[in-house]
Ligand binder design. Sequence first.
Ligand code: GDP
Ligand code: MG
Length: 440
Amino acid sequence: GLTDRLQSTMQKIRGKGKVNEADVKEMMREVRIALLEADVNFKVVKDFIKRVSERAVGQEVLKSLTPGQQVIKVVKEELTELMGGDQSKIAVAGRPPTVIMMVGLQGAGKTTTTGKLANLLRKKHNRKPLLVAADIYRPAAIKQLETLGKQINMPVFSLGDQVSPVEIARQAIEKAKEEHHDYVLIDTAGRLHVDETLMGELKDIKELTKPDEIFLVVDAMTGQDAVNVAASFNEQLGLTGVVLTKLDGDTRGGAALSIRAVSQTPIKFVGMGEKLDALEAFHPDRMASRILGMGDVLTLIEKAQTNVDEEKAKELEQKIRTSSFTFDDFLEQLDQMRNMGPLDDLLKMLPGANKMKGIDKLSIDEKQIGHVEAIIRSMTKAEKEHPEIINAGRRKRIAKGSGRPIQEVNRLLKQFEDMKKMMKQVTGMTKGKKKGFKLP
Ligand code: GDP
Ligand code: MG
């Protein structure tokens, strides 16, 4: 995959004291192959390599004290730029309500994302959205939105499936004005492919409602297709943003990288699961880090902050930054993560987690977490705080005490060390990064 490929390339030059033009050339070749393999658009790759090469052989890199680091920095910055810089803002209409149209192909996640967005607008930004069921074609589409509305306790406007979508939208906006909703989220119908009937209908809704935002919802799993869909929707409707869904799945990073370059539309949000709180602002710089295999400590911390109490999160952040993270903290994290929801998501964000074989298993299997806990609880206080003192004898004792095989103890110790190392690296590089999502 892209991440692995880039990672091994980066590994090669990370430690380099000196980089010459030939090194840069070789690196760029690797990066190029990695991007093409990840299904990134050919022309996008070409432009990208050109820009990075120019900067990488420039003075800023060759003359610097740590050229290897500098090249990585350039690649990261250009990846970030490629994905559009920070774009995570939602328009606010001069006169409410702000109208947002959700469009996209069938199954992309429009209806789900409409629910998620409403949830986010209210929870994080204290807004009062009205959801509008304007997909009258797909059986049960209205019901689906109504069910979502119930789950988050928010009103859904519908007129059944016998009234035209345009008329539904019109009446919904009337109602939103009467009842002082500040946002109107219109969930529209999709088709299996881009077709004229669909576009015609969407254009009519656009014409009438004059939306402040038109968000295209695309499925990240569809790779290059997602990019083409984005380009054609933008041509016909003029998009203001893209929501890339199912990024929690097993997808290659290609779509995220080329969507903006090809469709001229920035990704604003990403869908990270089926649940209604699984919508996150898209941070190109973090995505770039993730692609480069450095994990996503900042997102992890942010998540911790909304779910765990503020004080504890600060403490954690401090510990991660200073690398004084002990097995006791690890235990506490396991506990808190359990309360935070899908453990897989969180673990995947840990730096280098994609490289840790064991952690993958650990994320799927609650039983495994129990085992990890048993091992940690069999450690003495000193061992938890200074794992480096755990020698062969101690390992044997811990294995016995926890009833787990010694290999498992070894693996956990190794993972913990790797994790700490990675954390140190990442926090060193991302320190001082500005925050992403803000409503104006
Ligand atoms: P629509 O046809 O565009 O309205 O798509 P739906 O909202 O009905 O979603 C289609 C399927 O994708 C549903 O099963 C959703 O639960 C699922 N889905 C939507 N967004 C995500 C996501 O971010 N991650 C995952 N794993 N599934 C998603
Ligand atoms: Mg739908």
